[in-house]
Ligand binder design. Structure first.
Ligand code: AMP
Ligand code: MN
Ligand code: MN
Length: 317
């Protein structure tokens, strides 16, 4: 796909990623936004996403996003959904649906067919940001700001080139991107590794209260609403907890969940490859990748652990 060819006649372009935006969602949306602003100067372009974590304020142009989902037009000429199928772009879904032309760029295996009129879904890609780099036909239009946004997306979805979704192609693109000269060590430190004191405290608490089960093959931990309120924490403060749980020796599948309502939890799943957690999450209406997936589930903590365990156990047998 050449994204310029797909959108060049559009007067209005909308861009969205998934709810609870992560680094790849923000990086791919902003990278594409900055690029399209450059190559389609006459078009009105709007990014509609939820407010991301403060660490992403280092991306150029992010101050132009208003997070209130008030569209510049009810009917966009083109709407682009990134890093997600259309059903997970939240309040923007209706604008995607109403658009003249819908484009979906994603790397989730649970979105195999794509949900646009034109789809570029590559489950083997590390990130949507890698795919945005792919669809930029005229690479000479890339500048340091675009490169930085896409690099942020790639480092977040690959755990700084650590996860198995990192391919030689990912590394080549990253090499190309750092040649634009932004301060990448600082970017990795500030957006990926650095935690606030409170974030580290919650991480500590989640590790302390974690429970091993299935002969130590699985681990689970949970943070309830009361605890979040105690630390004055929001969902951004819980990023990374599930990956840390997964690093427990002997564990093949880690579950972390936080309470979103009386009987509702946002569940994150991570695996070392022995369990396909996309399959587990999809069974309950969520999705993701083989080694990283998510889903929102109803019930008590114990109901949810029981239901997940049954699906995980099926695969481990
Ligand atoms: P998380 O645990 O929320 O960090 O998500 C892990 C991976 O699964 C990310 O690639 C998410 O985009 C994806 N994911 C999380 N929740 C869902 C969902 N409900 N549907 C599809 N994909 C999801
Ligand atoms: Mn994402
Ligand atoms: Mn992604």
């Amino acid at each position: 796909m050449n994204i310029y060819e797909e959108v060049k006649d559009a007067k209005t372009i909308g861009i969205s990623g998934h709810i609870r935006p992560d680094g790849d969602c923000v990086g791919s949306c902003m990278g594409l936004y900055l690029y399209l602003k450059k190559v389609c100067p006459a078009a009105a372009i709007q990014v509609m996403i939820e407010r991301p974590a403060d660490v992403f304020s280092c991306i150029r142009g992010i101050e132009e996003i208003s997070y209130d989902f008030k569209p510049i037009t009810e009917k966009f000429d083109v709407y682009i959904a990134l890093d997600s199928e259309k059903s997970r772009i939240g309040e923007a879904e209706k604008f995607f649906d109403q658009a003249e032309k819908r484009i979906n760029i994603d790397h989730h295996i649970s979105n195999a067919g794509g949900s646009g009129d034109v789809n570029y879904v590559v489950p083997t890609a590390s990130s949507a940001s890698e795919l945005v780099y792919d669809v930029i036909g005229d690479k000479s239009a890339i500048d340091a700001d675009i490169a930085k946004a896409l690099y942020i997306g790639i480092i977040h979805d690959t755990g700084v080139f650590q996860y198995s979704n990192t391919s030689p192609k990912t590394m080549k693109i990253a090499a190309e991107l750092i040649s634009y000269g932004f301060d990448f060590p600082e970017l990795i430190d500030k957006t990926f590794y650095e935690k606030t004191y409170v974030q580290n405290q919650i991480l500590g608490r989640a590790l302390l209260e974690s429970i091993l089960f299935m002969d130590g093959k699985c681990i689970v931990s949970m943070i309830d609403k009361k605890t979040m309120a105690f630390y004055n924490a929001d969902s951004h403060d819980l990023e990374g907890i599930v990956s840390q749980l997964r690093c427990t020796k002997g564990v093949v599948c880690a579950i972390f969940m936080y309470q979103t309502d009386t009987l509702e939890y946002k569940v994150s799943l991570r695996s070392n490859g022995a369990v396909d957690v996309a399959k587990v999450a999809s069974f309950f209406g969520g999705g993701g990748h083989v080694r990283a997936a998510g889903v929102t589930m109803q019930g008590t903590f114990y109901d949810i652990v029981n239901n997940l365990s049954a699906q995980i156990e099926k695969q481990l047998k």
